[in-house]
Design a protein. Structure first.
Length: 72
């Protein structure tokens, strides 16, 4: 396959991709990039909305993401 990017957020699939030497970027990473590019205006609110919908994201990951996005 000659893809530039494969999107996946399944833990096992991501581990296999890493083992194959592929770069891995999950949901939070994609949202950080979107925030940095001005596509998302409020990353904190977006992450909180994901949590309200049942997506598990640790406080540490959220804080790190907000720092990377310049919201901290």
């Amino acid at each position: 396959m000659e893809a530039d990017l494969i999107l996946m957020d399944d833990f096992n699939a991501r581990e296999i991709a890493k083992a194959m030497g592929l770069s891995v970027l999950g949901t939070v990473g994609i949202l950080v990039k979107a925030s940095q590019d001005g596509i998302i205006e409020n990353l904190k609110e977006t992450l909180e909305e994901l949590r309200r919908k049942g997506i598990r994201i640790s406080n540490e990951v959220i804080e790190y993401a907000l720092t990377l996005a310049g919201e901290r």
